[in-house]
Design a protein around this ligand. Structure first.
Ligand code: NAG
Ligand code: NAG
Ligand code: NAG
Ligand code: NAG
Length: 357
């Protein structure tokens, strides 16, 4: 019985997605994406890094196959783009030649963090600061394409800027004390403050580049990822990691209020990924919560090249040791776009952010 309920619930969500995709003009002219592997769509493909997903079994359920997306199918941002009525997937910055950059660019990079040194053990990295520099390059290309400065500025003001970053500052920095010194320098409370201060400056830079509509994704329960469960063996989730991440989320929520007050005509929203991903997974038919779907390389937690993934991917929370399966991404993105209960998003959801103005 419970099992049937799950399938029905998931079907409703999927149908909601289908009907939302029924066409109509895009709700924003452009979407710019910043972040880490949760939303990367191929920026690491040509980098010297072990954080790569441009090989099978990544993309096994994606229509373009393995592209560098760190999951079996679509990322959260692919789904948000569809819900916004944007017809094509936003191209990765690394591959924008011959693509229309005026509809948006994806700068996200696996391993990236708010802090410059985050993820350095994985190899080359495109930190959030570097992503902002790449965006500056895009802006000058857009300005030379459009020629008219004021209409270029007008376009940049109307785009949606979606940012999903911070997990690596914990999982590939603070909680790897043998490789990074942050945990000996800062308490979790201080570390969250340091991260939020830097993030606040980075978002203000993006504002100064013309961004006005910001969708900030909070962090999910990182302490429940198979990667952390292997590192700090426990039966449930790693409490220290989850508590640290929640401190960050609490401060990010306050930052949203602060930036909405401080930056004229800017609208920031916070998407409560934690709440969206801490539901009882059984409610959405997910049965396997503590194991990856693919066979992983233990040092990286990423899928081994060319191995068969698990057959019932719909029922897995995780695709590899870090990254949610497409099922979870669909749930997260649909509720971020159109909140199901208050608390999914603050002060409003993506749909209202883009439509009420
Ligand atoms: C790639 O990085 C590794 C270590 O991070 C280094 O040993 C190697 O020389 C690099 N390869 C290239 C082509 O830069
Ligand atoms: C770059 O984009 C083009 C056009 O979509 C695609 O055909 C090509 O495979 C992409 N290249 C890489 C390296 O991702
Ligand atoms: C990040 O990558 C850049 C190359 O893109 C490299 O120069 C830099 O050293 C890397 N940072 C760290 C801390 O490894
Ligand atoms: C730029 O575009 C605006 C309207 O979008 C127009 O009013 C203005 O005259 C244009 N400026 C130039 C130099 O063409």
């Amino acid at each position: 019985m419970a099992f049937m309920g799950c399938i029905v619930f998931l079907t409703i969500i999927m149908n909601g997605l289908e009907s939302a995709l029924g066409g109509g003009p895009p709700q924003v002219p452009c979407l710019f994406i910043f972040g880490d592997s949760l939303v990367d769509s191929g920026n690491n493909n040509d980098l010297n890094t072990s954080s790569k997903a441009n090989h099978p079994p990544y993309g096994v359920d994606f229509k373009h196959g393995p592209t560098g997306r760190f999951t079996n199918g679509k990322t959260i941002m692919d789904i948000v783009g569809e819900l916004l009525g944007i017809e094509e997937y936003i191209p990765p910055f690394a591959n924008t030649s011959c693509r229309d950059i005026t509809k948006g660019v994806n700068y996200a990079s696996g391993g990236a963090g708010i802090r410059e040194e985050t993820g350095k053990q994985l190899g080359d990295n495109i930190s959030l600061d570097k992503q902002l520099l790449n965006h500056k390059t895009t802006i000058s290309r857009i300005k030379s394409l459009i020629r008219n400065q004021s209409s270029a500025q007008d376009l940049l003001n109307k785009c949606l800027y979606a940012v999903d970053i911070g997990s690596n500052d914990y999982m590939n920095n603070y909680f790897l004390p043998k490789l990074y010194t942050t945990s000996s320098k800062y308490t979790p409370q201080q570390y969250a403050d340091v991260l939020i201060r830097q993030y606040s400056l980075q978002l203000t830079t993006l504002y100064n580049y013309g961004a006005r509509k910001f969708a900030l994704f909070g962090l999910g329960p990182s302490g429940c990822t198979p990667f952390e469960l292997n590192l700090y063996p426990t039966n449930t989730c790693v409490k220290a990691v989850n508590e640290a991440v929640q401190l960050f989320n609490g401060k990010l929520l306050k930052l949203v209020d602060d930036l909405n007050k401080r930056l004229p005509r800017a609208k920031f929203i916070y998407l409560n990924v934690w709440a969206l991903q801490s539901l009882d997974p059984a409610l959405i038919g997910i049965q396997i919560v503590n194991m990856p779907c693919c066979e992983v390389t233990s040092s990286t937690g990423l899928c081994k090249n060319g191995k068969q993934p698990c057959p019932m991917r719909l029922f897995n929370l995780f695709y590899d040791d870090f990254h949610p399966s497409e099922t979870v991404n669909i749930l997260t993105a649909t509720r971020a776009y159109n909140m199901l209960v208050p608390g999914d998003a603050y002060p409003t959801d993506i749909r209202h952010l883009v439509q009420d103005s």
